[in-house]
Design a protein around this ligand. Structure first.
Ligand SMILES: NC(=O)c1ccc[n+]([C@@H]2O[C@H](COP(=O)([O-])OP(=O)(O)OC[C@H]3O[C@@H](n4cnc5c(N)ncnc54)[C@H](O)[C@@H]3O)[C@@H](O)[C@H]2O)c1
Ligand SMILES: [Zn+2]
Length: 360
């Protein structure tokens, strides 16, 4: 078991390890000694797998348990689901000392977090992420919210959890595709800030996504990513500086994702986006050819793509429409040495010629 502390506007622990769902009641009681009621938010895929276990663990600690189960998928990430959660809590007479438990992937965590942030102007939330993407990214750092028809994650709040419980056994029921996608974010941490994680992933590259059958390895990898995210969030909770480095591969990745009508998985698009920036850094002569090749090889070893047929023009115009742009400049995250990254401000024209200079 690995315990990582996040020191943001609130200090809390992320506990990562095998078999933690059964311990979840005790862990939650330790951070909510006076709570009486708990709303477990989950969805139709995760509920049949893990709801009973968590519910039993929480009830054993004397909590009065309520449930809100929504239809799995990004389509549910809207205000109707939030209103449903508010309704259950209001009817049951939840008070400021009661809490919400998010059990599921990033969609569940973002929504349950937002419902908790807004109900009675803010009650506690416990995150229990079950997807790899949610464990290494979404559940840590306090970003919560919902989508609008006009765009993803358009409404939300920063709302840090009281504790994050990551049972790595849950990754065994995830589809291969979803596990692979999560590896896109894992590789991102290795490239931008974590040389030991990079070396570790390289040592185990021949196993590919079979690494998830190794409980020790899985705990170690997820724990390293959590420590990275915790480090970044602790230094830049509100995304004004260093937290932006987590966008490595995301500027172009988002454009590819949106152009596919969100039919391509986020982590897959991020891998493509990283590959494109790696090529551009190599072309600009700031990243050594050998390092660039090692990075591409590692991405491929874990079943992810490194390129896409998007043109530099399309990438730039798509990026300019993205909310992440500030003024007329783009903040592009570049890696010129594995394990370190920097934010480079580029005008659209500079970004276009940067992409056009790509080697390969
Ligand atoms: N808050 C943040 O900082 C942050 C960061 C990254 C992504 N996100 C958000 O997270 C969402 C994506 O997260 P996601 O990929 O986890 O999506 P998700 O919650 O839709 O889960 C993906 C799929 O995996 C299934 N699933 C989850 N855990 C499972 C398990 N253990 N076994 C079997 N199936 C399981 C789900 O039912 C779903 O079908 C997006 O909405 C994105 O905006 C938020
Ligand atoms: Zn991402």
């Amino acid at each position: 078991m690995i315990r990582t502390t996040v020191s943001a506007s609130r200090e809390y622990e992320v506990i990562t390890g095998s078999g933690l769902l059964s311990e979840s009641g005790k862990i939650i009681r330790s951070v909510a000694p006076n709570a009486i009621k708990a709303l477990i938010v989950t969805e139709t895929n995760v509920a049949p797998l893990y709801l009973d276990k968590v519910k039993a663990a929480v009830q054993a600690e004397g909590f009065e348990v309520y449930e809100y189960i929504f239809e799995a998928g990004e389509e549910s990430k809207n205000i109707n689901s939030i209103a449903g959660m508010w309704g259950v809590m209001a009817k049951a007479g939840f008070t400021r000392t009661d809490l919400v438990i998010a059990l599921g992937g990033g969609v569940t965590g973002d929504m349950a977090g937002f419902a908790a942030a807004s109900f009675l102007r803010g009650i506690d939330v416990v995150q229990i992420p079950t997807s790899l993407l949610a464990m290494v990214d979404a559940a840590v750092g306090g970003k919560t919210g919902i989508d609008l028809p006009e765009g993803k994650n358009q409404v939300g709040a920063f709302w840090q959890p009281s504790v994050v419980i990551e049972d790595t056994d849950c990754l065994l029921t995830l589809s291969d595709e979803k596990f692979t996608e999560g590896m896109g974010e894992v590789l991102k941490y290795a490239f931008i800030m974590d040389l030991p994680l990079y070396e570790f992933l390289r040592e185990n590259a021949s196993r590919g996504i079979a690494i998830r059958e190794d409980a020790w390895l899985k705990e170690k990898i997820v724990g390293m990513c959590v420590a990275d995210k915790a480090d970044v969030v602790s230094n830049d909770e509100h995304d004004n500086g260093r937290r932006q480095t987590l966008n490595f591969g995301h500027t172009v990745g988002h454009v590819i994702e949106r152009d596919s009508g969100f039919s391509k998985l986020h982590g897959v698009c991020v891998a493509k986006g990283m590959g494109i920036i790696i090529d551009a850094c190599e072309g600009a002569g700031t990243l050594a050819a050998e390092e660039a090749q090692k990075m591409r090889d590692l991405i491929k070893a874990y079943g992810l793509p490194v390129d896409d047929d998007i043109t530099p023009e399309a990438a730039v115009s798509g990026a300019m429409n993205d909310k992440k742009k500030r003024g007329n400049t783009l903040s592009i995250i570049v890696v010129n040495k594995i394990g370190t990254s920097e934010i480079r401000k580029m005008s659209p024209e500079e970004f276009k010629s940067f992409l056009e200079g790509a080697k390969r």
